[in-house]
Design a protein around this ligand. Sequence first.
Ligand SMILES: Cc1cc2nc3c(=O)[nH]c(=O)nc-3n(C[C@H](O)[C@H](O)[C@H](O)COP(=O)(O)O)c2cc1C
Ligand code: SF4
Length: 517
Amino acid sequence: MTTRIYVPCDAAALSVGAEAVAKAVHAEIVTRKLDLKLVRNGSRGLLWLEPLLEIETPKGRIGYGPVKASDVKGIFDAGLPAQHVLNLGRVDDIPYLAKQQRLTFARCGITDPLSLEDYEAHGGLKGLRKALEMAPAAIVQAVTDSGLRGRGGAGFPTGIKWKTVLQTESAQKYIVCNADEGDSGTFSDRMIMEGDPFVLIEGMAIAGLAVGATKGYVYIRSEYPHAFRQMNRAIEIAREKGLLGTEVLGSNRVFNMETRLGAGAYICGEETSLLESLEGKRGQIRPKPPLPAIAGLFAKPTVVNNLVSLASVPIILAEGAEYYKNYGMGRSRGTMPIQLAGNIKQGGLIERAFGLTLRELIYDYGGGTYSGRPVRAVQVGGPLGAYWPESLFDVPLDYEAFAAKGGMVGHGGIVVFDDTVDLAKQARFAFEFCAIESCGKCTPCRIGSTRGAETVDKIMKGEKVVQNIDLVKDLCETLRDGSLCALGGLTPMPVMSALEHFPEDFDRKPSRAAAAE
Ligand SMILES: Cc1cc2nc3c(=O)[nH]c(=O)nc-3n(C[C@H](O)[C@H](O)[C@H](O)COP(=O)(O)O)c2cc1C
Ligand code: SF4
């Protein structure tokens, strides 16, 4: 049998030279007339080792990384696999991977992302086959029983949302996958689209069977050209092979899907703005009610779910609700793909059951900061998440435990900062971000965000610091209570957490210029 050699086509790997490595590998195979097949896999999520080259052996896959194109000849000269400075041993034994619990990401980086045969050989389509034999309400019940909650940020129970759509009468219903992935430091949606797109297709088809929807859309952020291409290719293959269409896997059930490129605005990740954008309009918030589950895309009942939520459904159906539910803690069931980014030595994707701590993530997996300086703060849950100091690093990763401390899990993005970070600047950035990304529909967010940035500017110049801090707190209260959506409503979280946990950064003395006035 031809041995396979792998070089990722994931955008993170491409950004550090994977394409040149793949070309060099191909050239060596041709010139040396080797019986090797080059596979462009997704990323394993060990981003500091990218480009990670892997070769199949009887003992498992042996990795080399990070590989440059100029290293390839030497690796082949040494013989594959052989002693080499870049040889990492068995990839599955690298502690970062060995300590994970990969359910949703079980195939990512392992299979050829565009081979449906490879997908099936690694457990794919088992969930959809089971769903085809089940009544819609039984599928919804399985998802409810699994305890799966939305991985897009709000953590709403997926089964409950599906039940509403199932119970709403309509000749046409839709499944919309939110792959706008706007949160800072997040890339799990992208990794699935590039590394295991069929798991999303399978998840969306199951969602369609569950609620009675025959059409799905994947709304992909505009900054993801590789994911967009890969997803389109996978959908084409799925259509050709009968996974999508009028006879899903040979049944009499219909499900079709298409992709749409996002409009390049953070607010288009919010589900109602996303629906506006999908309908070809400017991405602005729709007031709720009605919920999208009742009147969503083109006013039809619509499931809007984050990509990871949908991609987690196949394993729930394949292995059963109990299997999935047995992972996790409290009301946070299953696993969470955590994305470690910012100033971190070993950034990447870590899928683990809920309940592990930030300390484990930052130090055991991440190896501390990239700069080598002490960690001072982390922001969890995207640009609207809280800034936390080391004293909170032992809070278990769990929706309720994080909320109790004034934070949120969000989409699982963790951005790490060392001791050179200025939290007053970060608070200003939160207001500025809100001002730039505001859809403009409501006053607290549209005006308040700009006034907030101006007020933090004054604090940073040492102008009436105490009064201006009170003003910021007052403004945050107005934003939190008076905004129409969570962009304005959650901007206070990074600002107030910075003030609460890092007050010393706001204790500014008047600058010389201000004092001279
Ligand atoms: C400003 C804003 C931006 C958002 N961006 C995203 C996003 O990029 N991706 C996402 O899945 N959810 C995002 N959400 C959450 C969605 O509104 C919605 O809750 C989610 O798509 C529902 O799917 P889930 O239940 O599977 O999480 C955002 C929410 C807000 C308020
Ligand atoms: S809070 Fe901001 S983004 Fe949300 S509706 Fe109001 S103006 Fe638009």
